[in-house]
Design a binder for this molecule. Structure first.
Ligand code: FES
Length: 89
């Protein structure tokens, strides 16, 4: 049974496991290949799930799994917020 890991990019555990079994053992590699972690949560939710899959499959301790480096914006920001007060109606 498939489980959705990244709901924004519709990435399943089966897809991630296939990559791990083909040598993709970092969150960044999986992110670049499947776009998991590039959606709305920016990896805050799915990153942990991906790390757990990598840890389980590679027998690497969870605290040794490196998370992808956050890039701005850290949280989704509306265009209105970015534009500030200069936006005209
Ligand atoms: S659930 Fe899609 S980016 Fe995290």
């Amino acid at each position: 049974m498939k489980t959705i890991i990244c709901r924004c990019e519709d990435v399943t555990d089966e897809e991630i496991l296939e990559l791990i079994h083909n040598g993709f053992t970092t969150i960044d590699e999986i992110k670049r290949f499947l776009r998991a972690g590039m959606g709305h949560c920016q990896g805050r939710t799915c990153g942990r799930l991906i790390a757990q899959l990598i840890s389980r499959e590679t027998k690497k301790p969870l605290d040794k799994i490196t998370y992808s480096k956050p890039r701005p914006p850290i949280k989704p920001v509306s265009l209105k917020t970015l534009a500030g007060k200069n936006i005209k109606k």
